[in-house]
Design a protein around this ligand. Structure first.
Ligand SMILES: [Zn+2]
Length: 530
């Protein structure tokens, strides 16, 4: 007898194959059978007539490390149909931590939930909290290169000594043994930006090979230096011998629009060479990042306190002003302060949701000074949304067969502290937006292909042989949604809105969303390549 039966739905199995009429039977945490199960008895039956039944969505690029701590129900993601989040991206994971630089870790995190005290050292000790406290969806942990660098050498802006390099490599090695799935860099963010390629190759070697990890990279430049940055990511894969995931592929800034095509050509060429290189993308034309990333990276040398000192020092301010407007500075990309919206600034809630140009005008200030003041006010935290991407670039990326979907967002919730500020709508809308807007309404890709980009393709990247596909024997991560109705509802102005159209979500065979409502179940696990 089955534990659970989803009866009467249309199945898209995650391979890109066309839809077919089939029931889905679940026993324990596995799919027992797919087909006509009218004669099968089940403990419970969910009537999914008229709904599309697929494998649970895998968010290949998430930043939920910090939010899941206080949002174990993973509200904004699970309600999109996400059953696995890949965290630790863009160079920053909460573990491992060294005794020497524990304070630096604390100061570095953009958002530190209550109770997150960085008291752990190893990745294993950190990951244990998911099992101890429970979590609604599965978690795949990448190890941030910035985290490794902080643990080995703090915010030093120089190449590592041989000993520091060895420390980073050892921590990578241990983290893989502790259940991590690979290495993630954030090469526009200090301290990751202080690293040369050979440093990264040395660490990446410990993630790949027999450890089966992969290399995810927020590459060194997404504007003028985009193509060199993609080449560098590929070089790491080639030299360290591991798969490469180019994170949130994009061309930032008007002068660079159209270059995603060239970046994808580099991906194709690398694949032609036999390298396993892929990319992910989110379905929006605005990006989001920390407020401090707008500053040149030397500003962060020595850590947050040193940065705050520089921001209040007139000579340093003048130097930042010059650099930010020229060369590789943010304002050289054909975007202005009117394209920069403050997303999160708890100390200045009135600034949230407003453009920096607007905030400055209201205060009779120069926009740069307004941005500096906000950053100081937030003690170096705070985040922004940058309207700097091209819709045509996104469409090209989405249509590419090796590009999967990653939100670059976190699990938030419409209530409580998770509902604060004006965060990027991708936290709530990424997957339904691809399915509803781009596949169904715009017909940019087919629905089976859209589902493959959020299930089979990322599962293959992660080496999760029994997930991302709906077949007998696979783990029962399952979504049932209304293909005619699924859509994102979050906007830049009103981001805290759950998506519509997802009816039921199963994680490891347990029902976490039923009839669009969260059941409170926390059946998620930490997953490693199998
Ligand atoms: Zn990133």
């Amino acid at each position: 007898m089955l534990d659970l039966k989803l009866a009467g739905g249309t199945v898209l199995d995650g391979t890109g194959a066309p839809a077919r009429r089939a029931d889905v039977g679940v026993r324990g945490d596995r799919i027992e059978s797919v087909g006509d199960l009218a004669q099968e008895r089940a403990g419970r039956t969910l009537d999914v007539t008229g709904l599309t039944v697929t494998p649970g969505f895998i968010d290949i690029h998430s930043h939920s490390d910090w939010r899941l701590w206080g949002n174990r129900r993973a509200e904004s993601k699970i309600r999109q149909g996400v059953t696995t989040e890949v965290v630790g991206n863009c160079g920053f994971s909460p573990a491992p931590v060294s005794d020497e630089f524990r304070g630096e870790m604390r100061g570095f995190a953009l958002y530190v939930p209550e109770g997150m005290d960085f008291s752990w050292s190893s990745t294993r000790d950190y990951l244990r909290h998911y099992e101890d406290e429970g979590v609604a969806l599965n978690v795949v942990q990448l190890i941030g290169h910035g985290t490794l660098r902080l643990a080995a050498m703090g915010f030093a802006r120089r190449p590592p000594t041989a000993r520091e390099q060895a420390t980073m490599e050892r921590l990578m090695d241990e983290s893989m043994a502790d259940g991590a799935a690979g290495l993630a860099t954030g090469l526009i963010y200090a301290p990751g930006s202080y690293a040369a390629t050979d440093e990264i190759v040395g660490i990446a070697r410990r993630a790949g090979g027999p450890r089966y990890g992969f290399y995810a990279s927020h590459i060194r430049g997404e504007g003028a230096t985009l193509l060199d940055a993609v080449r560098e990511a590929i070089q790491v894969g080639r030299e360290a011998g591991l798969p490469v995931q180019v994170s949130h592929i994009k061309a930032a800034g008007r002068p660079h629009w159209g270059r995603v095509k060239d970046a994808l050509a580099l991906v194709d060429a690398a694949r032609g060479e036999g390298l396993d290189v892929r990319a992910d993308v989110y379905p929006y034309t605005a990006s989001s990042t920390s407020l401090r990333t707008l500053m040149p990276d030397w500003v962060l040398e020595g850590g947050i306190e040193a940065m705050l000192g520089r921001l209040t020092d007139p000579a340093s301010r003048a130097r930042i002003r010059t650099e930010i407007s020229g060369g590789a500075g943010i304002l050289s990309r054909g975007i202005g302060w009117e394209d920069v919206m403050i997303a999160n600034a708890p100390a200045r809630p009135d600034a949230q949701g407003r453009r920096v140009s607007e905030i400055a005008a209201a205060r009779g200030q120069d926009p740069l000074d307004a941005a500096f003041d906000l950053l100081v006010n937030e003690a170096g935290r705070g985040s922004v949304i940058l309207f700097q991407l091209d819709e045509a670039d996104f469409r090209r990326a989405l249509a590419h067969p090796q590009v999967m979907i990653g939100s670059d967002g976190s699990s938030l919730a419409v209530e409580g502290v998770m509902g604060a500020g004006k965060p990027h709508p991708r936290n709530y809308g990424t997957f339904p937006r691809v399915l509803g807007h781009y596949a169904r309404d715009e017909k940019l890709i087919s629905l089976p292909e859209a589902v493959r980009k959020m299930t089979g393709l990322p599962a293959d990247r992660l080496g999760l042989a029994d997930r991302g596909v709906l077949r007998a024997g696979a783990r029962a991560d399952v979504v049932a949604f209304d293909a005619a109705r699924i859509i994102d509802r979050a906007t830049y102005e009103e981001p805290h809105r759950y998506a519509a159209g997802v009816s039921h979500v199963l994680v490891n065979g347990r029902v976490v969303v039923e009839g669009g409502e969260h059941t409170g179940a926390l059946p998620g696990r930490v997953l490693s390549p199998s």
